[in-house]
Design a protein around this ligand. Sequence first.
Ligand code: NAD
Length: 393
Amino acid sequence: MKNQDYNSRRTFLRNLGAGASALSLPLAGFGETLTYQNEHTGIHSLVTNLDSIRSSQPGRKLGIALVGLGSYSKNQLAPALQQTQYCRLAGIVTGTPAKATEWMQKYNIPKENVYDYKNFDRIADNKDIDVIYVVLPNSMHAEYVIKAAQAGKHVICEKPMAIYPKECQAMIDACKKANKQLAIGYRLHYEPFTKEVMRLGQEKVFGAVKFIESSDGFRSGDPTQWRLKKSMAGGGPLMDVGIYAIQGTRYITGEEPITVSAQFAPKTDPVKFKDVEETMFWQFEFPGGAVSNSTTSYAAGVERLYASCEKGWFELSPAFGYGPLKGRTSKGPIEMPVVNHQAAHMDGVCKDLLDGKQLPDHVTGAEGLRDVTLLQAIYRAAETGRKINLKKA
Ligand code: NAD
Protein backbone atom coordinates (compact mmCIF):
# COMPACT_ATOMS: atom_id res chain seq x y z
CA MET A 1 0.00 0.00 0.00
CA LYS A 2 1.47 3.30 -1.05
CA ASN A 3 0.71 6.43 0.89
CA GLN A 4 0.29 8.20 -2.41
CA ASP A 5 -1.50 11.29 -1.18
CA TYR A 6 1.22 12.04 1.35
CA ASN A 7 4.04 11.24 -1.03
CA SER A 8 2.58 13.13 -3.96
CA ARG A 9 2.18 16.24 -1.79
CA ARG A 10 5.83 15.94 -0.75
CA THR A 11 6.91 15.51 -4.36
CA PHE A 12 4.73 18.45 -5.39
CA LEU A 13 6.31 20.68 -2.75
CA ARG A 14 9.79 19.46 -3.64
CA ASN A 15 9.18 20.25 -7.32
CA LEU A 16 7.93 23.70 -6.41
CA GLY A 17 11.06 24.21 -4.32
CA ALA A 18 13.11 23.53 -7.44
CA GLY A 19 11.96 26.96 -8.62
CA ALA A 20 9.08 26.82 -11.07
CA SER A 21 8.75 30.24 -12.62
CA ALA A 22 5.40 29.77 -14.33
CA LEU A 23 2.75 27.31 -13.29
CA SER A 24 -0.54 26.62 -14.91
CA LEU A 25 -2.77 24.20 -13.01
CA PRO A 26 -6.20 22.99 -14.07
CA LEU A 27 -8.38 22.78 -10.94
CA ALA A 28 -10.61 19.74 -10.97
CA GLY A 29 -14.26 20.65 -10.58
CA PHE A 30 -13.75 24.39 -10.89
CA GLY A 31 -13.43 24.69 -14.65
CA GLU A 32 -10.70 27.27 -14.43
CA THR A 33 -6.93 27.45 -14.53
CA LEU A 34 -4.79 29.11 -11.95
CA THR A 35 -1.65 30.72 -13.38
CA TYR A 36 0.99 31.80 -10.96
CA GLN A 37 4.28 33.48 -11.77
CA ASN A 38 6.74 34.14 -9.02
CA GLU A 39 10.00 32.33 -8.66
CA HIS A 40 10.73 33.51 -5.15
CA THR A 41 7.45 33.59 -3.27
CA GLY A 42 5.68 30.92 -5.30
CA ILE A 43 5.56 28.00 -2.88
CA HIS A 44 3.65 29.58 -0.04
CA SER A 45 1.26 31.65 -2.10
CA LEU A 46 0.40 28.86 -4.47
CA VAL A 47 -0.48 26.36 -1.75
CA THR A 48 -2.51 28.93 0.17
CA ASN A 49 -4.36 29.90 -2.97
CA LEU A 50 -5.08 26.30 -3.93
CA ASP A 51 -6.44 25.51 -0.48
CA SER A 52 -8.76 28.47 -0.36
CA ILE A 53 -9.97 28.08 -3.95
CA ARG A 54 -10.60 24.36 -3.50
CA SER A 55 -12.69 24.92 -0.39
CA SER A 56 -15.99 25.03 -2.25
CA GLN A 57 -18.00 25.52 0.94
CA PRO A 58 -15.85 27.73 3.19
CA GLY A 59 -16.64 27.37 6.88
CA ARG A 60 -19.12 24.54 6.35
CA LYS A 61 -18.76 21.49 8.58
CA LEU A 62 -20.16 18.15 7.45
CA GLY A 63 -22.69 16.63 9.85
CA ILE A 64 -21.66 13.20 11.12
CA ALA A 65 -24.07 10.69 12.68
CA LEU A 66 -22.46 8.04 14.89
CA VAL A 67 -24.08 4.59 14.69
CA GLY A 68 -23.45 2.64 17.91
CA LEU A 69 -22.65 4.60 21.06
CA GLY A 70 -20.22 2.15 22.68
CA SER A 71 -16.78 2.75 24.04
CA TYR A 72 -15.08 4.10 20.89
CA SER A 73 -17.91 6.52 20.06
CA LYS A 74 -18.27 7.70 23.65
CA ASN A 75 -14.64 8.01 24.69
CA GLN A 76 -12.86 8.88 21.44
CA LEU A 77 -15.07 9.95 18.52
CA ALA A 78 -17.57 12.26 20.24
CA PRO A 79 -14.86 14.15 22.19
CA ALA A 80 -12.76 14.40 19.00
CA LEU A 81 -15.75 15.84 17.12
CA GLN A 82 -15.63 18.80 19.54
CA GLN A 83 -12.19 19.65 18.08
CA THR A 84 -12.76 19.10 14.37
CA GLN A 85 -12.62 21.82 11.76
CA TYR A 86 -14.44 20.17 8.83
CA CYS A 87 -17.11 18.08 10.59
CA ARG A 88 -19.34 18.09 13.65
CA LEU A 89 -21.43 15.66 15.65
CA ALA A 90 -24.88 16.12 14.11
CA GLY A 91 -26.75 12.94 14.93
CA ILE A 92 -26.78 9.56 16.69
CA VAL A 93 -28.20 6.10 16.10
CA THR A 94 -28.74 4.02 19.23
CA GLY A 95 -31.00 1.24 20.46
CA THR A 96 -30.81 2.51 24.06
CA PRO A 97 -33.22 5.38 24.89
CA ALA A 98 -31.24 6.37 28.02
CA LYS A 99 -28.12 6.90 25.89
CA ALA A 100 -30.13 9.03 23.45
CA THR A 101 -31.26 11.35 26.28
CA GLU A 102 -27.75 11.60 27.72
CA TRP A 103 -26.11 12.37 24.36
CA MET A 104 -28.78 14.89 23.29
CA GLN A 105 -28.15 16.87 26.47
CA LYS A 106 -24.38 16.53 26.50
CA TYR A 107 -23.84 17.40 22.82
CA ASN A 108 -26.87 19.54 22.10
CA ILE A 109 -28.22 17.12 19.48
CA PRO A 110 -31.76 17.95 18.27
CA LYS A 111 -34.41 15.25 18.72
CA GLU A 112 -35.01 14.98 14.97
CA ASN A 113 -31.37 13.87 14.50
CA VAL A 114 -31.72 10.89 16.86
CA TYR A 115 -32.51 7.48 15.35
CA ASP A 116 -32.76 3.86 16.48
CA TYR A 117 -32.04 0.72 14.48
CA LYS A 118 -35.71 0.37 13.42
CA ASN A 119 -36.17 3.85 11.95
CA PHE A 120 -32.56 4.15 10.69
CA ASP A 121 -33.62 4.34 7.01
CA ARG A 122 -35.43 7.66 7.65
CA ILE A 123 -32.00 9.27 8.00
CA ALA A 124 -32.14 9.54 4.18
CA ASP A 125 -34.46 12.57 4.56
CA ASN A 126 -32.22 14.39 7.05
CA LYS A 127 -30.24 17.15 5.29
CA ASP A 128 -28.30 17.86 8.49
CA ILE A 129 -26.50 14.53 8.20
CA ASP A 130 -23.89 14.15 5.46
CA VAL A 131 -21.79 11.25 6.75
CA ILE A 132 -22.76 8.10 8.66
CA TYR A 133 -20.01 6.63 10.85
CA VAL A 134 -20.59 2.92 11.63
CA VAL A 135 -19.07 2.05 15.03
CA LEU A 136 -20.83 -1.28 15.69
CA PRO A 137 -19.54 -4.82 16.37
CA ASN A 138 -17.68 -6.15 13.32
CA SER A 139 -20.44 -8.50 12.14
CA MET A 140 -22.84 -5.54 11.78
CA HIS A 141 -20.57 -3.29 9.67
CA ALA A 142 -21.69 -4.57 6.26
CA GLU A 143 -25.43 -4.27 6.94
CA TYR A 144 -25.22 -0.68 8.22
CA VAL A 145 -22.71 0.56 5.66
CA ILE A 146 -24.99 -0.70 2.89
CA LYS A 147 -28.05 0.90 4.54
CA ALA A 148 -26.13 4.17 4.96
CA ALA A 149 -25.15 4.21 1.28
CA GLN A 150 -28.74 3.43 0.29
CA ALA A 151 -29.80 6.40 2.43
CA GLY A 152 -27.60 8.53 0.16
CA LYS A 153 -24.89 9.36 2.72
CA HIS A 154 -21.10 9.14 2.64
CA VAL A 155 -19.88 6.46 5.04
CA ILE A 156 -17.02 5.93 7.46
CA CYS A 157 -16.80 2.34 8.75
CA GLU A 158 -14.69 1.15 11.64
CA LYS A 159 -11.99 -1.47 11.25
CA PRO A 160 -12.03 -4.32 10.44
CA MET A 161 -14.20 -3.28 7.49
CA ALA A 162 -16.11 -6.59 7.78
CA ILE A 163 -15.40 -10.24 8.50
CA TYR A 164 -15.33 -11.65 4.95
CA PRO A 165 -14.03 -10.20 1.66
CA LYS A 166 -17.39 -10.75 -0.06
CA GLU A 167 -19.06 -8.46 2.51
CA CYS A 168 -16.42 -5.80 1.80
CA GLN A 169 -17.10 -6.04 -1.91
CA ALA A 170 -20.86 -5.65 -1.33
CA MET A 171 -20.15 -2.54 0.79
CA ILE A 172 -17.90 -1.05 -1.91
CA ASP A 173 -20.51 -1.83 -4.58
CA ALA A 174 -23.35 -0.25 -2.55
CA CYS A 175 -21.37 2.99 -2.06
CA LYS A 176 -20.39 3.09 -5.72
CA LYS A 177 -24.00 2.56 -6.80
CA ALA A 178 -25.13 5.40 -4.52
CA ASN A 179 -22.26 7.58 -5.80
CA LYS A 180 -21.05 8.06 -2.21
CA GLN A 181 -17.57 7.63 -0.74
CA LEU A 182 -16.55 4.97 1.79
CA ALA A 183 -13.72 5.55 4.25
CA ILE A 184 -12.44 3.05 6.82
CA GLY A 185 -11.47 4.11 10.37
CA TYR A 186 -7.76 4.06 9.53
CA ARG A 187 -6.92 6.93 11.89
CA LEU A 188 -3.16 6.22 11.81
CA HIS A 189 -2.97 7.21 8.13
CA TYR A 190 -3.48 10.81 9.31
CA GLU A 191 -1.08 10.53 12.27
CA PRO A 192 2.33 12.24 11.84
CA PHE A 193 4.62 9.57 13.42
CA THR A 194 2.93 6.89 11.30
CA LYS A 195 3.21 9.02 8.15
CA GLU A 196 6.90 9.44 8.90
CA VAL A 197 7.58 5.68 9.12
CA MET A 198 5.60 5.22 5.89
CA ARG A 199 8.04 7.69 4.31
CA LEU A 200 11.15 6.14 5.87
CA GLY A 201 10.17 2.69 4.58
CA GLN A 202 8.61 3.52 1.23
CA GLU A 203 11.33 6.04 0.24
CA LYS A 204 14.04 3.63 1.47
CA VAL A 205 15.62 6.35 3.61
CA PHE A 206 17.68 3.68 5.46
CA GLY A 207 18.00 1.51 2.34
CA ALA A 208 15.72 -1.39 1.45
CA VAL A 209 13.63 -2.78 4.31
CA LYS A 210 14.82 -6.29 5.13
CA PHE A 211 12.82 -7.32 8.21
CA ILE A 212 9.79 -5.96 10.05
CA GLU A 213 8.57 -6.91 13.48
CA SER A 214 5.00 -5.68 13.94
CA SER A 215 2.88 -6.71 16.89
CA ASP A 216 -0.24 -5.50 18.70
CA GLY A 217 -1.91 -7.13 21.69
CA PHE A 218 -3.42 -6.41 25.11
CA ARG A 219 -4.95 -8.27 28.05
CA SER A 220 -8.66 -8.57 27.36
CA GLY A 221 -11.09 -8.16 30.28
CA ASP A 222 -14.85 -8.94 30.34
CA PRO A 223 -15.34 -12.61 29.32
CA THR A 224 -18.90 -11.90 28.09
CA GLN A 225 -18.04 -9.17 25.53
CA TRP A 226 -18.87 -9.52 21.81
CA ARG A 227 -15.14 -9.41 20.96
CA LEU A 228 -14.85 -12.99 22.29
CA LYS A 229 -17.78 -14.27 20.18
CA LYS A 230 -16.73 -15.49 16.75
CA SER A 231 -20.15 -14.77 15.23
CA MET A 232 -19.89 -11.05 16.12
CA ALA A 233 -16.15 -10.39 16.02
CA GLY A 234 -15.14 -12.82 13.26
CA GLY A 235 -12.21 -13.99 15.39
CA GLY A 236 -10.12 -12.88 18.34
CA PRO A 237 -7.27 -10.39 18.65
CA LEU A 238 -6.28 -10.76 14.98
CA MET A 239 -9.58 -9.15 13.88
CA ASP A 240 -9.41 -6.50 16.59
CA VAL A 241 -5.80 -5.28 16.88
CA GLY A 242 -3.82 -7.72 14.73
CA ILE A 243 -5.09 -5.73 11.75
CA TYR A 244 -2.84 -2.84 12.91
CA ALA A 245 0.17 -5.15 12.79
CA ILE A 246 -0.80 -6.18 9.23
CA GLN A 247 -1.21 -2.53 8.26
CA GLY A 248 2.20 -1.67 9.75
CA THR A 249 4.03 -4.15 7.52
CA ARG A 250 2.09 -2.97 4.46
CA TYR A 251 2.58 0.76 5.01
CA ILE A 252 6.29 0.45 5.79
CA THR A 253 7.00 -1.55 2.63
CA GLY A 254 4.30 0.07 0.46
CA GLU A 255 3.82 -3.45 -0.90
CA GLU A 256 1.32 -6.31 -0.72
CA PRO A 257 2.59 -9.56 0.85
CA ILE A 258 3.06 -12.51 -1.52
CA THR A 259 3.04 -15.36 1.01
CA VAL A 260 1.74 -15.93 4.54
CA SER A 261 2.47 -18.58 7.18
CA ALA A 262 0.72 -18.50 10.57
CA GLN A 263 0.47 -20.34 13.88
CA PHE A 264 -1.99 -20.35 16.81
CA ALA A 265 -0.35 -20.26 20.27
CA PRO A 266 -1.67 -22.76 22.83
CA LYS A 267 -4.62 -21.37 24.84
CA THR A 268 -3.86 -20.62 28.50
CA ASP A 269 -7.57 -19.93 29.19
CA PRO A 270 -9.56 -22.32 26.97
CA VAL A 271 -12.85 -21.38 28.65
CA LYS A 272 -12.60 -17.63 28.02
CA PHE A 273 -11.17 -18.22 24.55
CA LYS A 274 -13.36 -21.16 23.56
CA ASP A 275 -14.66 -19.36 20.46
CA VAL A 276 -11.64 -17.36 19.25
CA GLU A 277 -7.83 -17.47 19.27
CA GLU A 278 -6.05 -16.14 22.36
CA THR A 279 -2.66 -15.42 20.76
CA MET A 280 -1.32 -15.99 17.26
CA PHE A 281 1.72 -15.35 15.05
CA TRP A 282 2.16 -14.87 11.31
CA GLN A 283 4.88 -14.17 8.78
CA PHE A 284 4.68 -12.37 5.44
CA GLU A 285 7.11 -12.28 2.51
CA PHE A 286 7.02 -9.11 0.36
CA PRO A 287 7.94 -8.82 -3.33
CA GLY A 288 10.83 -6.42 -2.62
CA GLY A 289 12.52 -9.03 -0.40
CA ALA A 290 11.36 -7.88 3.05
CA VAL A 291 10.03 -10.46 5.51
CA SER A 292 7.87 -9.75 8.57
CA ASN A 293 6.96 -11.48 11.82
CA SER A 294 3.89 -10.47 13.82
CA THR A 295 2.10 -11.34 17.04
CA THR A 296 -1.37 -10.49 18.24
CA SER A 297 -2.81 -11.40 21.61
CA TYR A 298 -5.66 -10.97 24.09
CA ALA A 299 -3.40 -12.43 26.82
CA ALA A 300 -0.40 -10.11 26.77
CA GLY A 301 0.36 -6.50 25.95
CA VAL A 302 2.63 -5.71 22.99
CA GLU A 303 2.65 -2.68 20.68
CA ARG A 304 5.66 -2.34 18.45
CA LEU A 305 6.55 -1.65 14.81
CA TYR A 306 10.25 -2.14 14.04
CA ALA A 307 11.98 -2.14 10.65
CA SER A 308 15.54 -3.29 10.05
CA CYS A 309 16.95 -1.91 6.80
CA GLU A 310 20.17 -2.20 4.77
CA LYS A 311 21.67 0.93 6.36
CA GLY A 312 19.91 1.30 9.72
CA TRP A 313 16.60 0.83 11.49
CA PHE A 314 13.53 2.69 12.70
CA GLU A 315 10.72 1.90 15.09
CA LEU A 316 7.53 3.12 16.73
CA SER A 317 6.62 1.95 20.21
CA PRO A 318 3.89 2.56 21.16
CA ALA A 319 2.91 2.25 17.52
CA PHE A 320 -0.85 1.74 17.19
CA GLY A 321 -2.73 3.11 20.23
CA TYR A 322 -4.32 6.53 20.62
CA GLY A 323 -0.96 8.13 21.35
CA PRO A 324 1.21 9.88 21.86
CA LEU A 325 3.21 7.50 19.68
CA LYS A 326 6.96 7.43 20.12
CA GLY A 327 9.60 6.80 17.46
CA ARG A 328 13.35 6.31 17.11
CA THR A 329 15.74 5.57 14.27
CA SER A 330 19.36 4.41 14.18
CA LYS A 331 20.18 8.13 13.76
CA GLY A 332 18.12 9.43 16.70
CA PRO A 333 14.59 10.15 17.90
CA ILE A 334 11.67 10.83 15.54
CA GLU A 335 10.21 14.25 16.39
CA MET A 336 6.66 14.86 15.17
CA PRO A 337 3.66 16.85 16.34
CA VAL A 338 1.26 15.00 18.62
CA VAL A 339 -2.32 15.12 17.28
CA ASN A 340 -5.71 13.77 18.27
CA HIS A 341 -5.91 10.72 15.98
CA GLN A 342 -9.69 10.68 15.64
CA ALA A 343 -9.99 14.42 14.94
CA ALA A 344 -7.18 14.24 12.36
CA HIS A 345 -8.83 11.25 10.68
CA MET A 346 -12.37 12.66 10.50
CA ASP A 347 -11.10 16.09 9.42
CA GLY A 348 -8.89 14.53 6.74
CA VAL A 349 -11.77 12.51 5.32
CA CYS A 350 -14.32 15.34 5.57
CA LYS A 351 -12.04 17.95 4.03
CA ASP A 352 -11.69 15.77 0.94
CA LEU A 353 -15.47 15.23 0.85
CA LEU A 354 -16.11 18.98 1.15
CA ASP A 355 -13.59 19.66 -1.60
CA GLY A 356 -15.29 17.11 -3.85
CA LYS A 357 -12.09 15.07 -4.01
CA GLN A 358 -11.71 11.31 -4.29
CA LEU A 359 -10.42 9.91 -0.96
CA PRO A 360 -6.89 8.48 -1.18
CA ASP A 361 -7.14 4.75 -1.95
CA HIS A 362 -5.28 3.73 1.22
CA VAL A 363 -8.07 4.95 3.54
CA THR A 364 -11.03 3.59 1.53
CA GLY A 365 -13.02 0.39 1.25
CA ALA A 366 -10.46 -0.93 -1.25
CA GLU A 367 -7.87 -0.88 1.53
CA GLY A 368 -10.34 -2.42 4.00
CA LEU A 369 -10.95 -5.27 1.54
CA ARG A 370 -7.19 -5.89 1.18
CA ASP A 371 -6.83 -6.17 4.97
CA VAL A 372 -9.87 -8.43 5.41
CA THR A 373 -8.56 -10.70 2.62
CA LEU A 374 -5.27 -10.97 4.54
CA LEU A 375 -7.04 -11.59 7.87
CA GLN A 376 -8.82 -14.58 6.35
CA ALA A 377 -5.60 -15.82 4.67
CA ILE A 378 -3.82 -15.70 8.04
CA TYR A 379 -6.55 -17.84 9.64
CA ARG A 380 -6.39 -20.27 6.71
CA ALA A 381 -2.60 -20.55 7.00
CA ALA A 382 -2.82 -21.23 10.76
CA GLU A 383 -5.64 -23.76 10.36
CA THR A 384 -3.91 -25.72 7.58
CA GLY A 385 -0.31 -25.29 8.77
CA ARG A 386 0.61 -24.43 5.17
CA LYS A 387 2.37 -21.42 3.68
CA ILE A 388 -0.19 -19.72 1.44
CA ASN A 389 0.76 -18.13 -1.86
CA LEU A 390 -1.22 -14.90 -1.82
CA LYS A 391 -0.73 -14.22 -5.49
CA LYS A 392 -2.96 -17.24 -6.16
CA ALA A 393 -5.27 -16.81 -3.13
P1 NAD B 1 -18.46 -1.47 22.17
O1 NAD B 1 -18.86 -2.84 22.58
O2 NAD B 1 -17.98 -0.56 23.23
O3 NAD B 1 -19.68 -0.75 21.43
C1 NAD B 1 -20.48 -1.41 20.49
C2 NAD B 1 -21.78 -0.65 20.34
O4 NAD B 1 -22.62 -1.39 19.46
C3 NAD B 1 -22.55 -0.51 21.66
O5 NAD B 1 -23.07 0.78 21.75
C4 NAD B 1 -23.69 -1.51 21.52
O6 NAD B 1 -24.84 -1.11 22.23
C5 NAD B 1 -23.93 -1.46 20.02
N1 NAD B 1 -24.64 -2.62 19.53
C6 NAD B 1 -25.71 -2.58 18.70
N2 NAD B 1 -26.15 -3.81 18.45
C7 NAD B 1 -25.39 -4.66 19.15
C8 NAD B 1 -25.39 -6.06 19.31
N3 NAD B 1 -26.26 -6.85 18.66
N4 NAD B 1 -24.45 -6.60 20.12
C9 NAD B 1 -23.53 -5.83 20.73
N5 NAD B 1 -23.49 -4.48 20.63
C10 NAD B 1 -24.41 -3.91 19.84
O7 NAD B 1 -17.38 -1.61 21.02
P2 NAD B 1 -16.35 -0.50 20.52
O8 NAD B 1 -15.07 -0.68 21.26
O9 NAD B 1 -16.95 0.83 20.52
O10 NAD B 1 -16.07 -1.03 19.03
C11 NAD B 1 -16.99 -0.77 17.97
C12 NAD B 1 -16.24 -0.88 16.63
O11 NAD B 1 -15.21 0.11 16.61
C13 NAD B 1 -15.55 -2.20 16.38
O12 NAD B 1 -15.64 -2.56 15.03
C14 NAD B 1 -14.10 -1.94 16.74
O13 NAD B 1 -13.18 -2.77 16.05
C15 NAD B 1 -13.96 -0.50 16.35
N6 NAD B 1 -12.93 0.22 17.14
C16 NAD B 1 -11.97 0.90 16.47
C17 NAD B 1 -11.00 1.58 17.17
C18 NAD B 1 -9.95 2.38 16.44
O14 NAD B 1 -8.98 2.78 17.06
N7 NAD B 1 -10.13 2.64 15.16
C19 NAD B 1 -10.99 1.53 18.56
C20 NAD B 1 -11.98 0.84 19.21
C21 NAD B 1 -12.96 0.17 18.49
